[in-house]
Design a protein. Structure first.
Ligand code: IPM
Ligand code: MN
Length: 354
């Protein structure tokens, strides 16, 4: 039986609550099926930072680096100035473990409400492959004449051929492996005439190795428009870090909201980290009202990344069945509490006929 060491970061706000529900489901999966997990709890996050000043310590890096995967709840604390935890923890971990892909499925599950009129699950079913290490997130820039009238601030988008290439190659391989048919490059070649020209050239170079996959191109502004008007046009979208950040929040909304949206920070040969993408939602903390399905879906994605697609699918199916039973996917409107939703997913696993 395969045994995985999973580092678990509950993090801030509602993060620990939703992670608890995901662990409940993983425990049930472990006791019912032929798979084993050892959970290593890590307390990094805003509370620890406020107490000790520590963001990601050397000891964290060693511990997380020795695990097979990381499950993350949320990072973001109302008492910490914006940017510190995001840069110092979330982006730091993505870079430290070279999690160069941010994989975000945008799938409308049956019975879930979308704000798009007349769209059904067959229309909203695509995946965004977001580059996750560079672009505007590289941290290149600075100030001149800080705080004066002459002040200048720069923040450059860094685009290396090697990082673009590994991202685009991942997107094509993902497309083949998941039996999808078409990849759309989402960029802005009409304005970012250097950076996105490079993306476009690499995209079509890689595409030559995959003659069976249809390729398409959309400027990011138009992609936003089509995601709302004709989401059925998309199958796999590959894009840079900043655009990927923006379009996946739009994606989360059309698939029914943050309550269901999961993402994976993936290093295909290293330690990946899956997370619900909704953030720490501090105002709901401790109220048993937040939707844990996104975090449970993140746990399913984690198993998929570990190569355990059979069990990943079981958890995903249990999430789909549970989503159909909720009044709404939004916090406080589900018709049941956080832990009841977790119990329901767990019971679907318990009663799963192999
Ligand atoms: C996300 C988040 C992060 C990002 C923030 C919190 C740094 O919005 O995972 O999409 O911009 O990548
Ligand atoms: Mn984001």
């Amino acid at each position: 039986m395969k045994k995985y060491n999973i580092s678990v970061i509950g993090g801030d706000g509602t993060g620990p609550e939703v992670v608890d529900e995901a662990l409940k489901v993983l425990e049930q999966t472990k006791s019912k099926f032929d798979i084993d997990f050892n959970f290593i709890m890590n307390d990094l996050g805003g509370d620890r930072y406020l107490k000790s000043g520590d963001l990601v310590t050397e000891a964290d890096v060693v511990e997380l680096g020795n695990s097979d995967s990381i499950l993350l709840g949320a990072i973001g604390h109302p008492d910490v100035k914006p940017g510190i935890l995001e840069q110092g923890i979330l982006l730091k971990l993505r870079k430290e473990f070279d999690q160069y892909i941010n994989l975000r499925p945008v799938v409308l599950y049956p019975g879930v409400e979308t704000p798009l009129a007349n769209k059904t699950p067959k229309d909203i079913d695509f995946v965004v492959v977001r580059e996750n290490t560079e672009g505007l997130y590289a941290g290149a820039g600075g100030y001149i004449h800080y705080g004066t009238d002459k002040e200048v601030a720069t923040q450059e988008s860094i685009n290396t051929r090697s990082a673009i290439q590994r991202c685009i190659e991942y997107a094509f391989e993902y497309t083949v492996k998941n039996n999808r048919k078409k990849i759309t490059l989402c960029a802005k070649t009409n304005v970012l005439t250097y950076a996105h020209d490079l993306w476009e050239r690499v995209f079509y170079e890689v595409a030559e190795k995959y003659p069976d996959i249809e390729t398409d191109y959309g400027h990011v502004d138009a992609v936003c428009m089509w995601m709302v008007k004709n989401p059925e046009w998309f199958d796999v979208i590959v894009t840079d870090n900043m655009f990927g950040d923006i379009i996946t929040d739009l994606g989360a909304m059309i698939q029914g909201g943050m309550g269901i949206a999961a993402g994976g920070n993936i290093n295909p040969k290293g330690v990946s980290m899956c997370e619900p993408i909704g953030g720490s939602a501090p105002k709901y903390t401790g109220k048993n009202v937040i939707n844990p399905l996104a975090c449970i879906a993140a746990a399913s994605m984690m198993l998929d990344v570990l190569g355990e697609d059979k069990y990943a699918n079981k958890i995903e199916n249990a999430v789909i069945k549970t989503a159909q039973k909720l009044d709404s996917l939004s916090a406080g409107k589900m018709g049941m509490g956080t832990s009841e939703v977790g119990d329901m997913v767990k019971d679907f696993i318990l009663n799963d006929e192999e």
